[in-house]
Design a protein around this ligand. Sequence first.
Ligand code: SF4
Length: 700
Amino acid sequence: MSFGGTPPCRFWTSWRRPWDGWRRRALPYNTAMPAAKPATPLADVTDSLEQVFQPEGPLAGLLPAYEHRPEQTQAAAAVEEAFRSRRHCLVEAGTGVGKTLAYLVPAVRAISQGQRVVVSTHTINLQVQLLEKDIPLVRRLFPRVDVRPVLMKGRGNYLCLQDLDAAEADLFKASDPLFRKVKAWARKTKTGDVADLPFVYPDWHEVAANPDTCRRQDCRYYERCHYFQMRRRAGNANLFVVNHALFLSDLALRRAEPNNTVIPDYHLVVLDEAHHLEDVATKVFGIELASRHVPRFAERLARSRGLELEGARVDALERLNAELFAAFATDRAEFFFRDALGDEGEEAARSTATRLCAVLAEIQGDLLKQAREADEGLRDRLEGLANIGGRLRQEIHTLFFDEDPGCIRWGERGAPPPGTRVRKAEVRTSLHYSPIDVGRVLEEMLWPTADSVVLTSATLSNSGGFSYLRSRLHVPEDALECVVGSPFCYRRQALLYVPGHLPPPEARPTEEHLDRLAEEIERVVTLTGGRAFLLFTSRRALDALHERLKDRLPFPLFRQGDMPPARLLEAFRESGNGCLLGTQTFWEGVDVQGDALSCVVIDRLPFAVPDSPITQARTEAIKARGGDWFAEFSMPQAQIRLKQGFGRLIRTRTDRGIVCVLDSRLIHKAYGREFVRSLPPASRASLWRRVERFWSGGAV
Ligand code: SF4
């Protein structure tokens, strides 16, 4: 552990003093908050973290299967030191450390001193685990601390009662059976949360709360509004569970409208699954226009009762949008605008965008004019539609005409994800305007906002420690660091097998190379009796190997894309001997414990696709300042990715299995050894007989 703070038992005696001078910020949504209570005295048993986590301690008393892990106490001490000294902190805690409790225990101890804490996650699964399991546990652990948790989701997750009424004015809704089911659900739901809707409603965006149509205090449903009820609950809370997208959007709002933030003011932040932060920030701080956004708006206008718009104008919206997106008809999955359009095409696309903006402006003007003469119900609806039109116009304008040298224009094309309800087969195109260096934005918005921000994950560092993460996110220099390895015995439990006889992979693998990979996969999964994840770095490789393996293996194959990921995983588990072939989704966050998963095969070192525009722009930016793009960016990113894939295998102390990486650069290249150094310390083999020996229980 490189964290070098004072042991908590020594600083605990001076715990109160540092908080005393902390500023109290305004609480715009906290009207219902009672007067501040005096700090709750902690029970003697919680006087030090060691006591909380010790083998016979209070946590052990609450958890029958509790295992004392020194790594967990170390991680908790790092978090507590960061909170106490008001510094930021990077904590990597390997699989099985129990990092959630390692930050929740210090968080609750800080709450007992009047602090408010945000815990942000990337996935819904982790939010559910926090709310249903870990937070109730720490509340029982510290019964005298008044922990008031609240789950906060983005506005679009909540039903808008006003827009539900407005949707009835839609000419087609009245006869839509799904809409009637939504109405019936709306009468019963206590949360209004789309996650509680027991079926998929493709037009949810039309009835979801959104800033364009929301009337706030002027809305007749304001008191009953699900979204504002959640915000009122948040006003009285001291532990906010959010996701990264909401947390980062709120940071932006804090700068633009400091009195209108969504998350009430806080002192301390824990960002779990923090390895996603750069990607989420790239989305949140950028702009995205999907090919379906304008047609959705046009459809809504065309179906609205009481609205008098020239049909030709609405048609023009659809026509110009189709013209705009047709210009990006490339066979590349991701592209820069300039590459897809060429110089002339770029000019033509700008001209189309200008005309589209003009039509949107005319429609917006018309809607506002009609709103002024309409009665109250219709007026609200028309103003809401005008706001949607205005926002679309603003986004299109920024996308095509903004000239920030720190941003790039790029696009992506692809089929909708499996399981998505679409009315017809379609290729979706999304256009983006994204910041190249989100660290610059975080430097302004994240690091100065809270007294202490803790970034944590099982995969934050690489063989160069935290230098990659620090440079990507502009982490302040004085941030603390803590790396604690997994408590599992990787040498005994896992074998890293790299077939040394395979030639290094080509940029585009040859048919012959793919044949050799298929042979190697067949050999290793036959040994483990299936029960394997086959993780690929590209869809093309996945399909090519699926084609070769489907008639050769005596095990059921489950291919990503054939069904929604959760269903695919369930089918894999139920099979008992299946092989799951996956790309991105299955490299991380998937937890298959025990014998059900005994083998992970990785097709090659997971370097980012070099022609992805975001990767290219970031690589160019490093070159432009004279940096080494491979050592600073490409390699550490791939190391973290490989660590995530590797991490699928060993989930408990009793798991055992093989990770096979079909890329001999891992042993033949100098940088390959850096990759190995960044992985958990498993046994290693490059010869098949040693693999067989490991599998039969012998030493390698
Ligand atoms: S307050 Fe806003 S979000 Fe809530 S029901 Fe009214 S318009 Fe919809």
